[in-house]
Design a binder for this molecule. Structure first.
Ligand code: ATP
Ligand code: MG
Length: 492
């Protein structure tokens, strides 16, 4: 591995230098060769699984790696915690991919750090495998996401409600800078570090802003904020497109890069309902499916607040400059959301309909799905199929009457060929998602035996979510209880 580390060259206000804990019997459970290729890891490096297990359990530090635990703060369920940080993760360093992009390689579940508070620094095998499966599925669905290079069993037990086998997951992300990283320095009034961090983040994620000689430092910060907002709303629109519920959208889990990170209590929505919540600790539904956009905006407001001192010395002036960007989120989100729904219905935009509010073609369908308790993924997949299959069209025409015929008529009115609509829909409507019950069955197998009979088929299927593979039908079903009893836990 060829490291080229930048974050560890910042001063030590940003992190703690700390080596991962030793584990007893490291064993490589999952290895992502496709990602290893993108990261230009050599064949030689990838060949020796025992050595890979040493590296990705944290037992052996690869040459050039400089393990650090990052400092950050965060708003958790709306409450500010000034001192979080990587309590169970070690950033090994950064490497350049085949496209010249810089990626962080981080171990998670790799032992205690200065930021562990009451935690043991560890991760159980279930959450580690969940992170691998879900991030891989999201990536294949076309949703910006961190990914996993490996899951390594440690051979040690982790104590949760019961003793569970432990594992370390190796995460690859465009960076691990979070909204909470900015809040950490802002809350301390450490403006020098805040400035350094902002410069670093601009340089890493939006170099064109940093290099623009026409912008003042304050304008650069505003452009940066705007760019992060844009990425965040694009991310959340994509979550809504595929039915993803993050579950713990705290500001410490909101990456500046606009990637999905932290798959702790995440889940997929089956039956459409904007109030869907699976996380056991989210008792008030703060992070419900349909709340995710509003929470994204709230999180961006926290980022804006942290950046205020860099926007203008006079707080009122800074607020006057930042506030319009936060307000604009609402309008931009709505446009992007409407466009996404239009695409899911085979259109470039939602048509205006006489006597109907804007976007009603989509909202009426969603209301129908909610009322009839229809599966979100299956319904859109069936609509897609119906454009080439008259029997399916006939069935849907009855089940979704009169909405279905109206939609078909609108497609015709707009002059959109069935073939064109179908191809757009096929790119936006997955045929399969990582259903909660299938994911759980695999995690249970890993917990019991350290392996799974289904994992290879499952990964193959979720890595091709827009295509029907011979194995796909095995994993398309909603469980008999429609996921009504499903609960997720943070797994810490
Ligand atoms: N077992 C643990 N030991 C020590 N610290 C922990 C443990 N579990 C979580 N934490 C810390 O608690 C905070 C919130 O945890 P959260 O579940 O959001 O993050 P995470 O899943 O550990 O990590 P990430 O956000 O990097 O994916 C973080 O600071 C995290 O490091
Ligand atoms: Mg987290």
């Amino acid at each position: 591995m060829k490291f080229s580390n930048r974050y560890s060259q910042l001063d030590n206000a940003f992190y703690q230098r700390v080596t991962p804990a030793r584990v007893s019997r490291p064993k490589l459970l999952l290895w992502n060769q496709d990602l290893a290729d993108q990261l230009l890891l050599t064949e030689d490096f990838c060949r020796d699984r025992a050595l890979l297990a040493q590296y990705f359990s944290g037992n052996r530090i690869p040459d050039g790696a400089e393990p650090i635990a990052l400092a950050y703060a965060g708003h958790q369920f709306g409450n500010f915690n000034p001192q979080l940080g990587d309590g169970r993760a070690h950033l090994l360093g950064e490497i350049l991919s085949n496209s010249g992009q810089r990626y962080d390689i981080q171990l998670k579940g790799s032992g205690q750090t200065r930021f562990s508070r009451q935690g043991d620094g560890k991760c159980a095998i279930g959450p580690a495998v969940r992170e691998y499966i879900m991030s891989e599925a999201m990536y294949a669905l076309g949703v910006p996401s961190s990914r996993c290079l490996a899951v390594t069993a440690t051979g040690d037990l982790v104590y949760r409600e019961t003793a569970k086998p432990g594992a370390v997951v190796t995460r690859v992300a465009a960076s691990h800078i979070r909204v909470g990283t900015f809040e950490y320095f802002a809350a301390r009034g450490d403006l020098d570090s805040l400035k350094t961090l902002t410069g670093f983040a601009i340089n890493r994620h939006f170099p064109e802003i940093g290099l623009n000689p026409e912008l003042t430092p304050s304008q650069k910060v505003l452009k940066f904020l705007n760019a992060v907002i844009d990425k965040q709303l694009t991310l959340i629109v994509n979550w809504l497109r595929v039915g993803f519920i993050h579950g713990v959208m705290n500001t410490d889990n909101t990456a500046i890069s606009g990637e999905t990170i932290d798959f702790g209590p995440c889940a997929m929505m089956g039956i459409y309902h904007p109030g869907t919540v699976f996380s056991a600790i989210d008792t008030r539904g703060r992070y419900a499916f349909g709340n995710q956009s509003a929470i994204g905006q709230w999180n961006m407001a926290r980022l804006a607040e942290a950046l205020l001192p860099l926007i203008d010395e006079v707080p009122e002036k800074a607020v006057a400059l930042a506030e319009p960007l936060i307000r604009q989120y609402g309008r931009d989100f709505e446009l992007a959301y409407q466009l996404m729904l239009a695409n899911k219905l085979g259109m470039a935009s939602l048509p205006e309909q006489a006597d109907e509010p804007a976007g009603s073609l989509a909202t009426n369908l969603l209301a129908l799905m909610q009322e009839q308790e229809l599966d979100y993924t299956q319904t859109f997949a069936r609509l897609t199929l119906s454009l080439e299959n008259p029997q399916e069209a006939e069935k849907l025409s009855q089940e979704l009457s009169p909405w279905y015929d109206k939609w078909r008529a609108l497609l015709a009115d707009e002059g959109i060929e069935a073939e064109t609509a179908k191809s757009l829909m096929a790119q936006n409507n997955p045929r399969v998602i990582p259903r909660n019950h299938h994911v759980e069955a695999i995690l249970a197998e890993y917990e019991q035996s350290g392996d799974s009979r289904e994992i290879e088929d499952f990964l193959k299927v979720v890595r091709s979510p827009y295509r029907l593979l011979p194995q796909t039908p095995k994993f398309q079903d909603l469980p008999a209880d429609g996921d009504r009893h499903y609960r997720t836990f943070c797994g810490t």
